[in-house]
Design a protein around this ligand. Sequence first.
Ligand code: AMP
Length: 298
Amino acid sequence: MAGDREPARVAQTPVVFAELAAMRGWIGAQRAQGAAIGFVPTMGALHAGHVSLVHLLRAQGCSQVVASIFVNPTQFAAHEDLSTYPRPFEADLAALAAAGCAACFAPAPAELYPSGEATRVQVGGPSLGLESAPRPHFFEGVATIVAKLLIGLAPDKAAFGEKDYQQLLVVRRLVADLMIPVEILAGPTFREADGLAMSSRNVYLSAEERQIAPHLHRVLQETAAAIASGGPIDAAIAAAERELLAAGFAGVDYVAVRRASDLSVFTENFADAPARVLGAVRLRSTRLIDNVGAEPMG
Ligand code: AMP
């Protein structure tokens, strides 16, 4: 008929749960039918990087993938963007549906931090330094919410992005130390065409800042190349900091070269094992982090 359209084939919208008990009930029912459960914790404002973690879990044998959308208050400092963090819930559900995500856990803060709650996960090891310097309580908040979610939902596998490399190692350490029976998978960093790592916070960038932002990835790559060819770490870091300021960043919180396995420092002034080059820079009001790998030759 004129004007009628073939209905678009829409992917199944994920079932949304706001309560932990109901979410667990769904997971239990799926598992009873033989499903392997994958889990992607997020703060929403989803982009291709988040979605890639759903695909990664499905490719790794998880027949049902659950994503959580929860802007975790305990990882924000008072001056940070908890209240303004983007929350495009309907668009997020559409993105999860398109990725084949079966269920979404989207609790209110009081569901995960009920009145009287008083427990935090204390972190050490890979949490020390780097992101912890400007954000001292950040990884305690991350570890607390990740522990609550992994223990509460009890997935078979959970996926985290290398974009937040220090967080990934904190989560691996947390799971090992608290003996949480889950397999942690790591997904590569998804980037815009010009190299800028995708981030929910990129919407904060002005047009001018958006032009400067991809230089972080470029400089980290150049640093990785210098390290990989046996160059001294100190000189590569000093060059990177100069380059970042020349590119227009307002400040450099750090550029660091660490062991990829545990973020420990190289005691000699060169990398003798797989390394990670990590950087954090500031624009007027936005902070960007990124990292790349460096494989020393021979
Ligand atoms: P967030 O919503 O920022 O807390 O991120 C949720 C998960 O997505 C974390 O495991 C992040 O490391 C991961 N992630 C964020 N950005 C990217 C990206 N550009 N590429 C791959 N994974 C990402």
